[in-house]
Design a protein around this ligand. Structure first.
Ligand SMILES: *Cc1c(COP(=O)(O)O)cnc(C)c1O
Length: 485
């Protein structure tokens, strides 16, 4: 029996289904498993040749009781979640250069071409499965910096138990990303483009948080969230570290390194989880852009809120990486009182300073770097020129730049897997700027699904930030009345 507790320690342990359906714990903390399951040596050896989906089945079975999802149902949920991936392997590995030391792990072969598809499809399918069993319905409201919205919209499309309301700051995501949400033609997906958001998706998050804080409203409209505070997403994100490990190492048992373009620390927490379960990882490179609160905390122990800086790697323009609290919780020995004190202090003053002991614990197995836009562009161009026209998106380029810069600090011969989190076709203008192109993009910079989405009508609601709260509640109320009749 595996139970979930809150990082703030204020609730009794709950089962997997409750943790996934509620998103946040009732005390405002994040759900974590009471103990992190460990793999045995024989599991570790036996998993080496498994396909991504079979590996996912083994790993997820350690976190989900069979009484909640039976083995047959879990297999089907996993199968359904990855059947729309373009690569039959789900994830592809591309070694760069002759020494093949740096390997790109392509996590972007899902339906909306970003790594968000890897966990979102499964999460939404699990929600649908649990809701159908209970005869319930949820409205998912989320703010997006460009990739979460499309992934959630696509995964929700056509589900009877779910309505999905992705909010995005209009003009601050690419047209490709916008069209992935607005051309779905699903009557349960309701994208809202919001004008006048000086702080981008943070402004929208603020409105979403207000809706969720209104318990009467939350219950009346059955609101829920699917951002990476949801345990299910970080849990699924541990699988690709195992998969990438087995495909990259020469011998099972060798140590490995991962370089990860990091925003909310959800992807990296998946890596931390995999290592805590027993995966032999030497170092994780936490690669930030100019929004480098994580690099600052790893290098100095100071965790502080800064003003948002706009960069070309928009999906990691994040000031408060909320999954860091989960990592910190385990790093201080699951001491929820201590964590609560740190979280409260951070909320009150926007800053906490970790003691020496904690700093040395969090540094164990982690290194970090901040990459400027200029370095990101250079990395896209250099990689393209050096490696047969291999094209990186700006987020993956942050990870590759981090790996290039820190390579010599890692043990000789250990592989460095760089997590490729988006398809470059989602960012055509940035690709053009990096490569100094005026016209035609290289083939790898295009994608047929985006080209077809560019030719059809968009369905969306428009709103000004000032009126968003009222207008959204109005639209959701009208829609829920339609559903009832
Ligand atoms: C969401 C996202 C990230 C960051 O992942 P976190 O879990 O927030 O650290 C990186 N790259 C892309 C393209 C993304 O969409």
């Amino acid at each position: 029996m595996i139970n979930y507790v809150s990082t703030k320690g204020g609730i009794s342990p709950v089962a997997f289904d409750v943790a996934v359906l509620s998103g946040f714990a009732a005390d405002g903390g994040l759900f974590v498993p009471e103990t992190i399951p460990k793999i045995t040596q024989s599991q570790f050896k036996n998993w080496a040749e498994l396909s991504y989906t079979d590996l996912a089945f083994e790993i997820l079975s350690m976190f989900i009781d069979r009484s909640i999802i039976s083995a047959i149902d879990l297999k089907k949920l996993i199968f359904d979640s990855y059947s729309a991936f373009e690569s039959p392997r789900v994830i592809d590995m591309v070694p760069l250069g002759e020494d093949r030391r740096t390997i790109i792990m392509e996590l972007f072969h899902g339906p909306t071409l970003s790594f968000k598809d890897v966990a979102m499809g499964f999460l939404i399918n699990v929600l649908d499965y649990l809701l159908e069993k209970r005869g319930e319905h949820l409205s998912i409201v989320l703010a997006t910096t460009g990739d979460t919205g499309p992934a959630a919209a696509w995964a929700s499309a056509g589900k009877k138990t779910i309505d999905c309301w992705p909010l995005y700051p209009r003009g601050m995501i690419t047209e490709e990303q916008e069209r992935q949400m607005t051309t779905l033609n699903a009557s349960n997906v309701h994208p809202i483009g919001v004008d006048n958001c000086p702080d981008g998706a943070d402004d929208l998050d603020f409105v979403v948080a207000k809706l969720f804080a209104d318990h009467e409203l939350k219950d009346r409209l059955n609101l829920s969230s699917v951002n990476s505070i949801n345990w299910c997403r970080v849990m699924v994100q541990s699988v690709h570290y195992f998969y990438g490990y087995y495909r990259a190492v020469e011998n099972v048992g060798d140590e490995i390194n991962f370089s990860v373009p990091t925003g909310a620390f959800g992807n990296l927490f998946g890596g931390y989880l995999a290592r805590s379960m027993g995966l032999p990882v030497n170092k994780f490179i936490c690669a930030n852009n100019a929004n480098h609160s994580l690099h600052t905390v790893f290098s100095s122990g100071v965790f502080a809120k800064k003003d948002l800086v706009r960069t070309i790697s928009t999906a990691i323009d994040i000031v408060v990486p909320y999954n860091f609290w989960r990592f910190l919780y385990y790093s201080i020995g699951s001491d929820s009182e201590k964590l609560k004190a740190l979280m409260n202090k951070f909320q009150a003053s926007g800053k906490v300073e970790l003691d020496e002991g904690t700093l040395s614990v969090i540094r164990n197995g982690f290194t970090s770097i901040a990459i400027s836009d200029c370095e990101t562009r250079e990395t896209v161009r250099d990689t393209f020129e050096k490696y047969d026209g291999y094209l990186l998106d700006p987020h993956t380029a942050v990870a590759v730049a981090g790996a290039n810069a820190l390579k010599d600090t890692l043990p000789k011969g250990t592989k460095i897997v760089c997590l490729a989190t988006a398809h470059p076709a989602k960012f055509p203008e940035i690709t053009r700027a990096c490569l100094d192109l005026e016209s035609e993009l290289p083939d790898q910079g295009k994608h047929a699904s985006l080209e077809s989405a560019s030719k059809v009508c968009q369905h969306l609601r428009l709103c000004d930030l000032e009126n968003l709260e009222f207008a959204l509640v109005e639209a959701m109320t009208i829609h829920s009345n339609v559903l009832k009749n």
